[in-house]
Ligand binder design. Structure first.
Ligand code: ARG
Length: 463
């Protein structure tokens, strides 16, 4: 052998790979993260090989023992990862062979790194989705707690960032709980397509050995098998789907972040965040900045970027597997890490949201938030809605000129805009009246908010 290298594939080559190429093509420094999944996949594969009589029972026993030791070394941090061995798969195989000899060299029978890596990613992503599902549920529970405390706390609801109608703070938070539910649904749906076994596809065409793919699928907890071998090793659409679902989580968290930032600004002054979630300024001694939500808002960018990166990675790739696909891991890992950290920190931060109900009430008073209620009142007395809208608009203009609220206009003046207005109008113009009147499923009436929270608790309790 003229090659000085002992790479798994070096027999074909007449000179060792250049150091630059070695570093460029290696993935071991990031794909070692899938070591536990790689060991699991190898164990299931070896067990199947022995069951099918493709390797001996003795070889399997040696592989099982060797892989257990490899797993132990990795967990203990004593495993030596070597750039010369390119990736997690070859590093583990090499160590296994050093430990158990020829049996280790038989492990790769009927398998390729192409189906091996696709299996590892799917196992890793399945675990990650389960972790994220739990964290999304934790955040939902944390938001429910705050929503319950503030089921009846009035705040201005905005459209176009202008005061629109009164809502309760609890109702507002429940909007995010709904978004997070859909995020969990999306991950659960994505998980179905992640949870399929590529192993057995080998390099691209399947293998000449009498393998039992169903057995391996059962061993690894996969719900189904990727049926076409070319597709099994080449597509990463499941990873793209995951990043799309993750991007929507970040869209939702960035919206929440933006609101927390606005609410905490002295212009709004609606909330305060606990000191431990804020940072100061190195120059301005008075500053308390909502850095956590700001950073979450910013981190949405890298997650969207990873989605775009993976789409671009996949686009135009001819069948079957190409080296391009090695680039799928870092975006996936970083997406997961960003989500895990962001969800954790939000669940921890939510209970510390201090609501300044007085500031919310004051803002409500400034925005003619019950104008729609007055229009509805006139409609209930027979005026067509468009005419009611016009009458109330004139009343708002008058109140604005006088610098007062609608409820502060004398009854006689209100009646000048419509004779249908009676003394009971002041109930309708109150914030409490406005909230209580929106008393239907999905409405902001405090009793509806409480009922929604009770429904959420029943759903989330089962998780
Ligand atoms: N390290 C490779 C990866 O991450 C393993 C797949 C080997 N396939 C190949 N075309 N060299 O995808």
């Amino acid at each position: 052998m003229s090659d000085t290298s002992d790479k798994a594939w070096s027999g074909r080559f007449s000179e060792p790979v250049s150091d630059l190429v070695k570093r460029y093509t290696a993935s071991v420094f990031f794909d070692q993260r899938m070591a536990a999944q790689d060991v699991r996949g190898s164990l299931a594969h070896a067990r199947m090989l022995a069951r099918q009589g493709i390797i001996s029972q003795d070889d399997f026993t040696a592989i099982e023992r060797g892989l257990a030791q490899v797993a132990e070394e990795i967990a203990a941090g004593s495993f030596v990862w070597n750039l010369d061995d390119e990736d997690v798969h070859l590093n583990i195989e090499k160590r296994l062979t050093a430990l158990i000899g020829d049996a280790g060299k038989r492990l790769h029978t009927g398998r390729s790194r192409n189906d091996q890596v696709a299996t590892d990613i799917r196992l890793w992503l399945r675990d990650t989705i389960d972790t994220l599902d739990g964290l999304l549920a934790d955040l939902m529970r944390a938001l429910l707690e705050v929503a319950e405390t503030h089921a009846a706390t009035p705040m201005p609801g905005f459209t176009h960032l202008q005061v629109a109608q009164p809502v309760t703070f609890g109702h507002h938070l429940l909007a995010y709980v709904e978004m997070l539910r859909r995020d969990r649904e999306r991950f659960a749906d994505c998980r179905k397509r992640v949870n399929r076994l590529p192993l057995g596809a080998a390099a691209l065409a399947g293998t000449t050995f009498p393998i039992d793919r169903e057995f391996v699928a059962r061993e690894l907890g996969f719900e189904a098998i990727c049926e076409n071998s070319l597709d099994a090793v080449s597509d990463r659409d499941f990873a793209i789907e995951f990043c799309a679902a993750a991007s929507l989580v970040m869209v939702h968290l960035s919206r929440f972040s933006e609101e927390l930032i606005l609410w905490m600004s002295p212009r709004g002054g609606f909330i305060d965040l606990a000191d431990r979630f804020c940072t100061g300024s190195s120059i301005m001694p008075q500053k308390k900045n909502p850095d956590v939500p700001e950073l979450a808002r910013g981190k949405s960018g890298r997650v969207f970027g990873h989605l775009m990166g993976l789409l671009t990675l996949m686009k135009g790739q001819p069948l079957a597997c190409n080296k391009d696909n090695q680039e799928d891991k870092e975006p996936l890992f970083d997406t997961a890490d960003t989500l895990v950290d962001t969800l954790r920190i939000f669940a921890a931060m939510a209970p510390g949201i201090k609501v300044k109900a007085t500031a919310m009430a004051a803002a409500l008073k400034q925005g003619y938030a019950t104008a729609t209620d007055l229009a509805d009142y006139l409609v209930k007395r027979g005026l067509p809605f468009r005419d009611a809208h016009e009458a109330v608009a004139r009343a708002v203009r008058a109140a604005e000129t006088q610098g007062c609220e609608l409820a502060e206009l004398p009854l006689t003046e209100l009646q000048s805009f419509s004779p249908l207005i009676g003394a009971d109008v002041f109930d309708v113009l109150s914030v409490a009246g406005s909230l209580a009147a929106r008393d239907h499923l999905g409405g902001t009436a405090p009793n509806q908010v409480k009922a929604a929270i009770a429904r959420w608790r029943a759903t989330l309790g089962a998780d």
